[in-house]
Design a protein around this ligand. Structure first.
Ligand code: S5P
Length: 267
């Protein structure tokens, strides 16, 4: 089954360039850790990325959080991506009609499609959201993740909604490379290589008092068959100036995620 294959074996078989790049990067760096950098200044943003860069396969961004966003920031992010060899994922969570999301993806201040290898969307509008985003992203070799489940308490993304999300992905496999989800469902069969990227990961706390719920890398990768652990505050904490401590946390999560993967493919 898919959960027994190595990331490298899966990379060789994948046809979407963004999925292939991510799988190859995971294999090369022996890291299934993505750090989510949810801070409000470019200075902290770049310093955290430079500190965790050696230990991650993927940097997840929310560039709309940055108070001082300027186009030059993207060039700095791309330079760090080359320096440290990581893939870029703008966590935009598109959720509108096809025409609007195509404009939000290509245009505005952020021009996400120009620099983000991977982005994501809520399936709530139906398949037209994929059509709109693919019209921009496919020619650029980008990949899309659908939010099939969320990590939050009381999430509505479950049951029939989640199943319908898999069907939407299946019908658009050239562009949809996987899911934001909490588990690899049996409904996704072994010959469909969808990547499962999973937020809500923490080693020290179970929640954040605002609905977020954390599970450990072992629960996520070994028990639930997910591919990438996404960690935000668990890595960068509250004091962004402590870059050595942030780098040490990234190493800690990387080790935990990789150990769980090795156990999974050996089991
Ligand atoms: O279900 C989800 C989906 C996402 S993409 N739950 C999430 O928490 N996320 C994102 O992952 C969220 O927007 C945030 O950027 C990150 C989790 O951050 P942390 O600080 O709680 O680890």
């Amino acid at each position: 089954s898919l959960t027994k294959l190595s990331y490298g074996q899966r990379a060789a078989k994948h046809s979407n360039p963004a999925a292939k790049l991510l799988l190859e990067t995971i294999e090369r760096k022996k890291s299934n850790l993505s750090v989510s950098v949810d801070v409000t200044t470019s200075k902290d943003f770049l310093a955290i990325i430079d500190a965790v860069g050696p230990y991650v396969c993927l940097i997840k961004t929310h560039v709309d959080i940055l108070e001082d966003f300027a186009p030059g920031l993207v060039e700095k992010l791309q330079a760090l991506s080359e320096k440290h060899d990581f893939v870029i994922f703008e966590d935009r969570k598109f959720a509108d009609i096809g025409n609007t999301v195509a404009l939000q993806y290509s245009s505005g201040v952020h021009r996400i499609a120009n620099w983000s290898h991977i982005t994501n969307a809520h399936p709530v509008p139906g398949p037209s959201i994929i059509k709109g985003l693919a019209s921009v992203g496919l020619p650029l070799g980008r990949g899309l993740l659908l939010l099939a489940e969320m990590s939050t308490e009381g999430s509505l993304a479950k049951g029939a909604y989640t199943e319908a999300t898999y069907a939407m992905a299946r019908a658009n496999r050239d562009f949809v490379i996987g899911f934001i989800a909490q588990q690899r469902s049996n409904a996704v069969t072994a010959d469909e290589d969808f990547l499962i990227l999973t937020p809500g990961v923490g080693l020290d706390v179970k929640g954040d008092g605002m609905g977020q719920q954390y599970r450990t890398p072992k629960e996520v990768v070994l028990d639930s068959g997910c591919d990438v652990i996404i960690v935000g505050r668990g890595v960068y904490g509250k004091d962004y100036s402590l870059v050595d401590q942030i780098a040490a946390q990234a190493q800690r999560y990387r080790e935990a995620g990789w150990k769980a993967y090795l156990e999974r493919i050996a089991a």
